[in-house]
Design a protein around this ligand. Structure first.
Ligand code: MG
Length: 402
């Protein structure tokens, strides 16, 4: 079963940099590399150069200002007003991948906050003397004004020390074609959040084997074995173990049982066949993978390490460590932040639990893939894709971005 594809995600590039840092050159290189890229032309109201702008009238400016949310960012310089407008952005995003040139960090922030999507922020930089030589070399008549603007850009960066660009490219060291390739590659990199238990590792098999062995070792009958398994199927922590000890009168204290269970289970879990290789392939395709799992910090860490999963992902986010569990939005936010991303940039959530993984991921604004293991989808809003295994899910993600 495949749900209808989601509406096209907002993707774009914001090039920030001083005059002569290569914004036009890199934009041309991007368009040469991939015709989806094109310069986003702002609305300009005022005298002077018109190339690269949508020229507007004072009336049009007032119209935009009085329409709620139509002005995403506006600034004035040298007697002209420049507007990054929502109608213009809507059209540019529908047509492809807009490449925006901005000279103020406030402007970059305004776009990120006011027009959410996967915006790649790129700082193009070159030393002042290189900017001066380039400006003179191409016959600019206003080189001193451009150097003043260079200084203003430097001051703007210094005034915003907390702002982090996704990419910084030294255009005096990196050729435009290479810069364009790097931008395109980074932009197509997706955030891939993935559940751990019974998605990447066969936890249920390990728990079942442990309970069977435990009961056999202590002469406990099939009814007790079934009760333990039912209780520990989805979640087994000290609380669950304490409850079982009280209910079933098990031969060990809850503390003893838990201290034995934790390392024994960690040693017994294994990834589903092919999962390690599939994770490696997702990351080789340029995506960032973060495991998002509910559970105690110690036991989940031990299982992540013993299964080899910890080594093949970019980060892990464990509910016990941050105090927020799936399906709450906070855990998805923390997982995205762990690799320097924001949920507004979109991404995937992959997991076997319809409520925790699919509904939780969807509510957090992510596209979702449900790992069915052959089950039928239970009920409720459907995931974007259903895969039998995590391997199929990863293949879907990689296919979608090639
Ligand atoms: Mg799971």
């Amino acid at each position: 079963m495949n749900a209808a594809p989601a509406a096209p995600a907002v993707r774009g590039v914001i090039l920030y940099g001083p005059p002569a840092s290569g914004k036009d050159t890199v934009t041309r290189a991007l368009a040469d590399l991939d015709t989806a890229f094109s310069l986003f032309s702002r609305v300009k109201v005022g005298p002077g150069r018109s190339a690269g702008y949508r020229m507007g009238t004072p009336e049009r400016l007032e119209e935009l200002r009085s329409s709620d949310g139509a002005v995403v960012y506006e600034n004035s310089r040298y007697g002209s007003t420049y507007v990054t407008d929502r109608p213009g952005l809507d059209a540019a995003v529908a047509a492809g991948v807009p490449v925006m040139h901005l000279g103020q960090v406030d402007g970059v922030r305004a776009v990120l906050d006011g027009y959410p999507g996967r915006w790649l922020t790129v700082l193009l930089w070159c030393p002042r003397e290189v900017a001066e030589a380039r400006s003179a070399g191409r016959g600019d008549v206003d080189t001193p004004a451009r150097l003043t603007a260079w200084d203003a850009t430097r001051a703007d960066l210094d005034a915003n020390p907390d702002f982090r660009f996704d990419l910084t490219i030294q255009t005096d060291e990196v050729a435009p074609e290479a810069a364009a390739a790097q931008i395109r590659q980074t932009l197509s990199s997706e955030l891939v959040l993935v559940d751990f238990d019974d998605t990447l590792i066969d936890r249920l098999a390990a728990v079942t084997a442990w309970v069977t062995r435990y009961c056999a070792g202590h002469g406990l009958g099939p009814e007790i074995e079934q009760r333990m398994l039912d209780a520990m199927r989805i979640r087994a922590d000290l609380d669950v173990i304490e409850g079982l000890c009280a209910e079933l009168g098990l031969p060990e204290s809850a503390g003893e049982l838990w201290s034995r269970y934790e390392p024994e289970l960690a040693a017994a879990v294994t990834p589903f066949p092919g999962v390690i290789e599939a994770l490696a392939a997702v990351r080789e395709a340029g995506h960032q993978v973060v495991v998002v799992t509910n559970g105690g910090t110690q036991i989940q860490r031990a299982k992540l390490k013993a299964s080899g999963i910890a080594e093949v992902v970019d980060a892990v986010c464990i509910s016990g460590a941050i105090g927020v569990r799936k399906p709450e939005r906070g855990i998805f936010e923390a997982a995205a932040a762990s690799v320097g991303r924001d949920l507004a940039q979109g991404g995937w959530m992959i997991g076997d639990n319809a409520d925790l993984d699919v509904t939780g991921g969807r509510t957090a604004g992510l596209r979702t893939i449900w790992i069915s293991h052959g089950r039928n989808w239970p009920d409720g809003a459907e995931p974007d894709f259903v895969a039998w295994t995590a391997i199929e899910a990863f293949a879907h993600v990689v296919r979608g971005t090639q």
